[in-house]
Design a binder for this molecule. Structure first.
Ligand code: G3P
Ligand code: CA
Length: 240
């Protein structure tokens, strides 16, 4: 079962920052997961929430700031004094960090609250610039974004995200051009996920931080987990 570092090594570093991704780049895991939003000057930046309040010393929406304005905020001190001065990363900077590694990069398009018109094309451009086509997976809770990506770049691997309800994937996969689903931990144990696996779908599960859950998912034949603590999972699942 593959292991992805969720928002980087977010158990020990401030999520979605260079520090969290650098730590992940040193681990023998499959890859990382990150979240992207669009700034007022149309730069693709890596952050989970629409607003910067929870993970910085600023307030307000990402979409209302330019990249330069966002860079003035501290995205590390909310987590610990050890990370004072950590900046919000551009997507391109994270892709560059992983250019020389084997890791896969799961880019989650956070288009379910603000649509960020055109973000799909901007993300695809960054992927091409850093020659990451073979290593990325683009996912979103907004399945229209997945449609757009697969129309623009059918060669890019995509995944549909589901939080709570998963309808029969066999019929849904006719509507959405992907054979991968990313589902929440409680959803992963539902019969519908077992059926999806039986039809050959790739199923990855978020966010798995307990060893018992990871082992149960491995037994089910789940393809991958997203975890905040990939080092713990490496030891538990692979003895590394
Ligand atoms: O991509 C999997 C997972 O990260 C989705 O939920 O809220 O952590 O972005 P969230
Ligand atoms: Ca995410």
């Amino acid at each position: 079962m593959d292991i992805f570092a969720h928002r980087g090594v977010s158990s020990h570093y401030p999520e979605n920052t260079g520090a969290a991704f650098y730590a992940a780049s040193k681990l023998a895991i499959t890859g990382i997961e990150l979240d992207v939003h669009l700034t007022a000057d149309r730069e693709v930046v890596v952050i989970h929430d629409e607003a910067i309040d929870r993970t910085s010393n600023g307030t307000g929406y990402v979409k209302d700031y330019t990249l330069q304005q966002l860079r003035a905020f501290d995205f590390g001190s909310w987590f610990s004094d050890d990370f004072v001065g950590e900046k919000i990363p551009r997507l391109g900077e994270v892709l560059e960090l992983f250019a020389g590694t084997h890791h896969r990069i799961n880019i989650e398009l956070k288009t379910d609250v603000f649509p960020y018109d055109g973000i799909e094309a901007l993300v695809l451009k960054e992927i091409a610039t850093y020659q990451m086509t073979e290593r990325v997976i683009i996912s979103s809770f907004n399945h229209e974004s997945i449609q757009i990506v697969s129309q623009m770049a059918p060669y890019i691997e995509t995944a549909a995200l589901f939080a709570e309800i998963l309808i029969d994937f066999t019929s849904y996969s006719v509507l959405i051009p992907t054979n991968a689903i990313h589902v929440s931990l409680p959803t992963a144990f539902r019969k519908s996920v077992g059926s999806a696996l039986e039809t050959g779908a790739i199923v990855r599960v978020y966010t798995v931080n307990e060893i018992d859950n990871a082992k149960a998912l491995q037994q089910l034949g789940i393809n991958a987990i997203f975890t905040d603590n990939p080092e713990k999972m490496l030891v538990a699942l692979r003895g590394q």
